[in-house]
Ligand binder design. Structure first.
Ligand code: CTP
Ligand code: MG
Length: 182
């Protein structure tokens, strides 16, 4: 039971960050955040993969996910859900917004460093591509949200996220949403 609580609570807690990342990918595009400008090294500041629409829909859906858990925690099915130390009640309506902000900021910062390293937009930066948004989201949650996860949940997320990320990208590639399988 304990391990199941670790898995369920960790995925529940990180869900706004997953939502932010997925919806940015699904609905992103259009005007790039860096306006197409180059950095002083002659390479793009961020590249075409970081757009205003992606940022906006990512923040919106991350926020909505957290808001949904918040309302469920107020009066709905999550009101009395806790298992030992695992409290499923979200008491801050902006919980999802914090996670989404951390996730998308980390993703943008990552792209900045990818471009400085000469890695082209959309090319893989193994490890970093898969974990940037979770680490950013958890950092923001740690600093801003009233609750946090335990070490076991953190370890679980660090292991499971790259696997889910790859699986999601593979699905996106097969269904022609993404051009590359990574
Ligand atoms: N996306 C977006 N805006 C964001 C983040 C993501 O529009 N702020 C969309 C883009 O269409 C992007 C896709 O989600 O191509 C996948 O995101 P990501 O893998 O982070 O970007 P890459 O295209 O791989 O670019 P980079 O090399 O800079 O990581
Ligand atoms: Mg990528």
């Amino acid at each position: 039971m304990w391990i199941l609580a670790v898995i369920l609570h960790a995925l529940y807690y990180i869900s706004p960050a997953y939502a932010a990342n997925s919806f940015a990918l699904l609905l992103g595009g259009g005007k790039p955040i860096d306006s197409g400008k180059n950095f002083r090294d002659g390479r793009r500041i961020l590249g075409d993969g970081k757009t205003w629409r992606g940022l906006f829909v990512g923040l919106l859906f991350g926020f909505l996910f957290g808001l949904m858990w918040y309302f469920f925690s107020q009066s709905g099915p999550l009101n009395e859900v806790y298992y030992g130390i695992f409290d499923f009640r979200i008491t801050d309506p902006f919980f999802g917004f914090y996670l989404a902000t951390g996730a998308l900021l980390a993703d943008i910062i990552k792209s900045f460093f990818k471009r400085r390293l000469g890695i082209k937009r959309g090319r893989p930066f193994w490890g970093v591509d898969q974990l940037d948004f979770v680490l950013g989201a958890l950092l923001f949650a740690y600093l801003l949200a009233p609750t946090f996860i335990i070490l076991e949940e953190f370890i679980f997320l660090i292991i499971i996220t790259p696997a889910m990320h790859l699986f999601g990208n593979l699905l996106g590639y097969k269904s022609k949403i993404k051009d590359v399988w990574w």
